[in-house]
Ligand binder design. Structure first.
Ligand code: PGA
Length: 236
């Protein structure tokens, strides 16, 4: 489970990359981390990598023995194991070292028409399976999303504040506007880790890390050189 003391750096690859590209990226990350962890006092962030489903097994094998990096799924079925063609259930993840699951990403809400209730069902299934949900919210539906999730499950979530207008646009939200939203999220979810997502890059990362417990990175996570720079900036 995540706690408020560790900085979270989540890389969301969405539907990008081939398997070869994914492995190449991870080789780069492992080499980079080996250099960083030799510099004794470094407090690296907790890195969570969310690749497309088919890469989870090969990447988990590549990650064997590597500390500080874990895997997430980008989504999960709102149903338990059963006859739901095309859906990946929490049970399908058993045996894989998955620590987190992104749920309610605005792209899922927009293109796949997901509802607050479906997202709440995913949260329930994930908590039961001991996988930490990263629940994405825009400011306009924080309350509606929180209320759909039973109170006891809310406290087990990480919440990602993702302003719709900042996702993939290159226009990140001013930190001054993020701070009150972080408070609002904690009012409704409890004292959970809150991260920010939306056009995070090397130039704005510092500010978000001061205001939140970490970041969810899309575009700037795709090239390992750029992502390594984000890791360097997250060290404290
Ligand atoms: P972006 O994506 O960093 O490319 O804006 C963030 C996200 O989709 O969570």
């Amino acid at each position: 489970m995540s706690n408020l003391n560790s900085r979270l750096l989540v890389a969301n690859w969405k539907s990008h990359k081939t398997l070869d590209e994914a492995k190449h990226w991870l080789r780069g990350l492992i080499a980079f981390l080996a250099t960083e962890s030799n510099q004794s006092d470094n407090k690296l962030p907790q890195i969570v990598l969310a690749p497309p489903y088919p890469f989870l097994l090969p990447l988990s094998e590549q990650l064997r023995g590597v500390t500080g990096v874990s895997l997430a799924v980008q989504d999960i079925s709102p149903f338990p194991a059963g006859s739901y063609t095309g859906a990946v259930s929490v049970r399908n993840l058993e045996g894989l070292p998955i620590t987190h699951a992104i749920v309610g990403h605005s792209e899922r809400r927009r293109y796949f028409h997901e509802t607050h209730q479906e997202i709440a069902n995913k949260v329930d299934l994930l908590i039961e399976a001991n996988i930490t949900p990263i629940v994405c919210v825009d400011q306009t539906y924080i309350i509606a999303q929180a209320e759909a999730i039973p109170k006891r499950a809310r406290s087990g979530c990480v919440v990602a504040y993702e302003p719709l207008e900042s996702i993939g646009t290159g226009v990140s939200q001013e930190v001054a506007k993020v701070l009150p939203v972080v408070e609002e999220i904690r009012t409704h979810f409890g004292q959970v880790p809150v991260i920010y997502g939306g056009s995070v890059d090397e130039d704005n990362l510092d500010a978000y890390l001061l205001a939140t417990n970490g970041v969810l990175v899309g575009g700037a996570s795709l090239e390992i050189a750029e992502f390594s720079d984000l890791i360097t900036k997250s060290i404290f």
